[in-house]
Design a protein around this ligand. Structure first.
Ligand code: GLY
Ligand code: MN
Ligand code: MN
Length: 426
């Protein structure tokens, strides 16, 4: 089905579900604001490019400040664009016009529907006296983003196709010789046709030991010899994000070979986790499984000889793999609605505590890293090969991350469709 038809069906479903959310929370209508340009500093007259309010983007990919979307059950959604035209700057040209047919479009402030009307948006100055961001309604709207429509899945698939071009380009550049992280970052933007502010999150480009910083975005500007590249970077389409990590190795020697084994072990771990996804399974159970598999990798590479049970129960895997297995993905890289209950205390950074359901889209991103501050308290353990750990620290760590859609009988892996290998020898 073409994008316009998919979008039409998406808006119809969203309209039905929003009407139910309004009724449940006692509102007659909602006005959703697209956002306002934010100043870079109060003292200056420069503004950041707009990141539209995600609740607005749930309806349409229009990155234009000052728009009001009026959703009143039984009426066609009405889009009111701002009459103000700046002669200093203009919004970015639209990539696709597939969405216009679902809205009545006007210029100027909307006249409000009768009853109790809520305002949803980041800029409270635009609320005009309406009840702004009522938690019950916002949380009901967040729940509408937990499972994705076929339109959203197509946008996420396109975001993956775009991101894959950048990943493939950087694998080749890394393989071809010493590079600076900044140069790789700029090459990723070029290959994905994105400006820095348009990426779903700041590209994480880490050569060698920098991969031990989970979100390494302070790029080294000089070319460096490095045996590893961890690239965590994605692309956007129509507001929807991809979030992809690949880890590559190059060069010879015993340590590069042990690190290659670590990457291969994590690659098969990641694929086993993808194959384990089942409707009805708590995501936290998958996260727990990832710790047992990570323990197996630590043993295979020779980092520890302790049993899997010991490595998990003594918190050793948590020192090597401190983050959550993954998170919901959509209009936000870390999407909303999937952490209604907090994770167990020993999984403090897990962002997805849902029971897995058909139509959810989330990442699966196990990792193993050599992070001094986390390993330091374990230094007394005789069952860790510290000489090997200290040698492998020059490679920083490994993460492999795919974006998957839950189907009735397993998953569709949006990332592997376009980027079959999770990492390995570049
Ligand atoms: N790119 C950030 C994350 O993987 O969560
Ligand atoms: Mn992620
Ligand atoms: Mn990521």
């Amino acid at each position: 089905m073409e994008l316009a038809a998919l979008h039409r069906a998406h808006v119809e479903k969203l309209a039905r579900e929003t009407a139910a959310a309004l009724e449940k929370t006692g509102f007659s209508a909602v006005v959703i604001h697209s956002g306002t340009l934010l100043k870079r500093t109060e003292a200056d007259d420069q503004y950041w490019p707009l990141r539209p309010t995600p609740h607005f983007q749930h309806w349409l990919p229009l990155p234009e400040p000052g728009c009001f979307l009026v959703i009143a059950p039984g009426r066609k959604p009405a889009l009111h664009r701002s009459p103000e035209q700046s002669f200093w700057e203009a919004p970015a040209p639209l990539e696709s016009e597939h969405f216009w047919g679902s809205f009545d479009v006007a210029v100027g402030k909307p006249s409000l529907p009768p009853g109790r009307v809520a305002f949803v948006g980041d800029d409270l100055r635009a609320a005009g006296g309406l009840e702004a961001n009522p938690p019950s309604l916002v949380s009901a709207l967040d729940q509408l983003r937990v499972t994705k429509t076929p339109y959203e899945i197509e946008c996420l698939a396109e975001a993956n196709r775009r991101g894959a071009r950048g990943h493939e380009e950087l694998r080749k550049l890394f393989k071809g010789g010493d590079k600076a992280e900044l140069e790789l970052h700029l090459a990723f933007l070029g290959a994905t046709r994105q400006d820095d502010a348009e990426t779903p999150y700041k590209n994480i480009v880490a050569l060698g030991r920098h991969a031990a910083t989970l979100h390494h975005i302070a790029y080294e500007k000089r070319a460096q010899p490095a045996g590893s590249l961890l690239l965590d970077a994605g692309a956007c389409f129509a507001g929807y994000c991809s979030d992809i990590t690949r880890t590559w190795v190059k060069g010879g020697g015993a340590l590069a070979s042990a690190y290659g084994q670590l990457v291969a072990g994590l690659e098969s771990t990641q694929q086993r986790l993808c194959a384990s996804v089942r409707v009805g399974m708590p995501y936290e159970e998958l996260h727990d499984q990832s710790h047992r598999l990570a323990a197996g990798v630590l043993r295979e590479v020779g980092i520890s000889r302790s049993s899997v049970d010991e490595l998990v129960s003594r918190g050793i895997t948590r020192a090597f793999y401190p983050h959550g297995l993954g998170h919901s993905l959509g209009l936000q890289c870390h999407d909303v609605g999937c952490a209604l209950r907090p994770p167990r205390k020993d999984n403090p950074f897990l962002r997805n505590t849902t029971v897995i359901a058909e139509g959810q889209v989330f990442t699966i991103e196990p990792g193993i890293y050599f992070i001094d501050a986390l390993l330091e308290p374990l230094r007394d353990s005789a069952d860790v090969d510290w000489k090997l750990v200290d040698g492998l620290a020059a490679f920083g760590g490994v993460r492999i991350e795919d974006d998957v859609v839950v189907k009735a009988d397993g998953i569709r892996n949006l990332t592997r469709e376009v980027l079959p290998q999770g990492g390995g020898v570049a």
